[in-house]
Design a protein around this ligand. Structure first.
Ligand SMILES: *[C@@H]1O[C@H](CO)[C@@H](O)[C@H](O)[C@H]1NC(C)=O
Ligand SMILES: *[C@@H]1O[C@H](CO)[C@@H](O)[C@H](O)[C@H]1NC(C)=O
Ligand SMILES: *[C@@H]1O[C@H](CO)[C@@H](O)[C@H](O)[C@H]1NC(C)=O
Ligand SMILES: *[C@@H]1O[C@H](CO)[C@@H](O)[C@H](O)[C@H]1NC(C)=O
Ligand SMILES: *[C@@H]1O[C@H](CO)[C@@H](O)[C@H](O)[C@H]1NC(C)=O
Ligand SMILES: *[C@@H]1O[C@H](CO)[C@@H](O)[C@H](O)[C@H]1NC(C)=O
Ligand SMILES: *[C@@H]1O[C@H](CO)[C@@H](O)[C@H](O)[C@H]1NC(C)=O
Length: 502
């Protein structure tokens, strides 16, 4: 049995790599597999579905400065194992305005980046004017947020959009699914199907967080996800498979990183939430270096060095995660006890977490302090409130860190928090990109992706014919596969199928 499995696996790999008749002729496996190690830095942003209600649309993002977007989240119902977008109609259906006026922000970036190439800007602007002319006087629209994400890829084809599944408090449901061989397989298939069907470029698996118990089943699950993704991949680039990792070193022991690194493209290391109101004390949350004045030894640097030295993760698979938000405390000084959020009149905070968007900081009446030694910023009114966060100087320091350690790049949670062109010199993303070498130093697309999905008509996106239901039942029914465009896919999928039946 094991022998038969091995033979079929080898056959599958050989057919992947060598059989041009089956439709893989423009597919260079060695070039594709090594893609994550290609030159250029990544700049990623998590885009949340609920951003829509903050009037923050994908089309208002500074498209020139971004290489990766993560659509958060595809949810899994704990009770009935249904997999669905939080708001399926908003994700795929609602008619949403495409904010062309915001594309002017890209022009303003020309005056911000010292190193931007004129060629890049003029091509980009030509693309923008083609878009506006095509629309005439009509308001451009998108079908759903996913439609809009697909459209922005036509303006900057270097952007990759991944589907992020899970999110906070997802430990139980992930554990339940991955502990069953049947559900694990079903779930891996369903995720790959969602990614392919909706025209994403990859999957981001956000399990917060696996326990020791799940170490091996997580690896097995990720192996399956990678196999199914590869079996459905588009013509050229391999699907991305990414995974956020916690900053806490104890939690990292629950991941078999040697095994996972074979399947994962990038790890987004969550270099934030190291402090917060739950600790009942005003502490930093995203310090680059250890804060020697506090008892905590947490720092982004400690985690990254641990991953590189003790766990042998390749530096080009590590993306540095940064917050585009602050955390507030009702404290007079750092390290003071705190039991509630600071009273920031007029500024919205997430009440239990005391989270404030970076673009609202520093609050009125507060002084901003940059602590270069620790690599962090905070704002204080010296009476009753402190907010800890990253500012543009922190972003530059972290860009240098990424460069010096040859990491893959940076990623922010979440896209709605930054200032962007409203105040370019204050923007976290712009400062990071400028410091790392400008737009020309960002990762470029190796090839056009999903050419079948996007046909250049901004008002009608074509999804494969057998429409995937907006909700999938992981525990029952069949996962419906999207129609495959090549015989080769069918052949390989059949081989994979046989492999898993044995
Ligand atoms: C495939 O890609 C590798 C790595 O980029 C390259 O060395 C090789 O020449 C390519 N092969 C073909 C047939 O293009
Ligand atoms: C999407 O729109 C179509 C046509 O208006 C409608 O039939 C369908 O139910 C909608 N789907 C969702 C998830 O709202
Ligand atoms: C403009 O669009 C073309 C065609 O889609 C693409 O090849 C090119 O990279 C785009 N340029 C920029 C700067 O985004
Ligand atoms: C892992 O998955 C298997 C099913 O493949 C299951 O029997 C086992 O209990 C799970 N958990 C651990 C810790 O092995
Ligand atoms: C917060 O500050 C405002 C303005 O300074 C004040 O009116 C309000 O009473 C304060 N709220 C609390 C809960 O202390
Ligand atoms: C932009 O940010 C800088 C600090 O980086 C600040 O001094 C300036 O007032 C801000 N400008 C606007 C228009 O908010
Ligand atoms: C999902 O499928 C299982 C197995 O077929 C079934 O028992 C269950 O009722 C389904 N759940 C929902 C919500 O449809």
């Amino acid at each position: 049995m094991i022998f038969a499995k091995a033979v079929i696996t080898v056959l599958t790999i050989v057919s992947f790599a060598t059989n041009p008749v089956l439709g893989w002729k423009d597919y260079n496996l060695s070039a594709v597999v090594s893609n994550e190690f290609a030159p250029g830095y990544i700049t990623g942003l998590y885009y949340t579905e609920w951003s829509y209600f903050l009037k923050h649309l994908p089309s208002s993002l500074p498209l020139a400065s971004i290489t990766n977007l993560y659509y958060a989240f595809l949810k899994i119902d704990e009770e009935n194992l249904l997999l669905h977008f939080q708001d399926p109609a908003l994700a795929t259906n609602t008619s949403i305005a495409f904010e062309t006026q915001n594309l002017g922000d890209c022009v303003r970036q020309k005056y911000f980046y010292s190193s931007i190439s004129d060629d890049w800007v003029s091509t980009f602007m030509r693309n923008v004017s083609t878009l506006t002319q095509n629309a005439g006087n009509r308001q451009l629209t998108s079908s759903g947020l996913l439609g809009q994400l697909s459209q922005i890829k036509s303006l900057n084809p270097n952007i990759r959009v991944s589907l992020s599944v899970g999110g906070a408090e997802t430990s139980h449901v992930f554990r339940r699914i991955t502990d069953s061989a049947k559900l694990r397989d079903k779930f891996a298939q369903a995720l790959a199907t969602y990614v392919h069907h909706y025209g994403f470029d990859g999957l981001d698996l956000d399990w917060e967080y696996p326990e020791e118990h799940s170490r091996d089943n997580l690896s097995e699950f990720m192996r399956l996800v990678r196999l199914y993704l590869d079996s459905l991949r588009p013509r050229c680039e391999r699907y991305l498979l990414t995974m956020p990792l916690p900053a806490e070193i104890e939690k990292l022991d629950h991941y078999d990183l040697d095994e996972l690194s074979k399947h994962v493209t990038y790890y987004n290391v969550m270099g934030y939430d190291m402090g917060g109101i739950w600790a009942k004390r005003a502490l930093f949350q995203s310090q680059l270096y250890e804060d020697t004045s506090s008892e905590s030894s947490s720092s982004v640097d400690n985690t990254i060095r641990y991953l590189l030295k003790d766990r042998h993760v390749k530096s080009r698979q590590i993306v540095l995660g940064m917050p585009a938000y602050g955390r507030s405390f009702n404290a007079k000084n750092l390290y003071d006890e705190a039991d509630a959020c600071a009273n920031l009149s007029g500024i919205k905070q997430e009440p239990d977490e005391c989270i404030v968007a970076y673009n609202k900081l520093p609050p009125e009446g507060y002084v901003e302090v940059f602590d270069e030694k620790t690599g962090v910023a905070y704002a204080t009114n010296r009476k009753s409130g402190i907010v800890v966060y990253d500012n543009s100087k922190t972003a530059r320091l972290k860009a240098d860190y990424v460069k010096n350690h040859n990491l893959a790049g940076g990623v922010w949670w979440d896209s709605s928090g930054d200032t962007y062109a409203v105040n370019g010199s204050r923007s976290l993303l712009f400062s990071f990109v400028d410091q790392i070498g400008g737009l020309d130093s960002l990762k470029k697309s190796q090839c056009k992706i999903n050419p079948d999905l996007y046909h250049g008509d901004f008002e009608s996106l074509s999804y494969p014919e057998d429409k995937l239901p907006d909700i999938l039942n992981v525990s029952g029914g069949n996962v419906i596969r999207p129609s495959l465009s090549f015989l080769g896919n069918v052949f390989v999928t059949a081989l994979l199928f046989v492999t898993f039946q044995l």
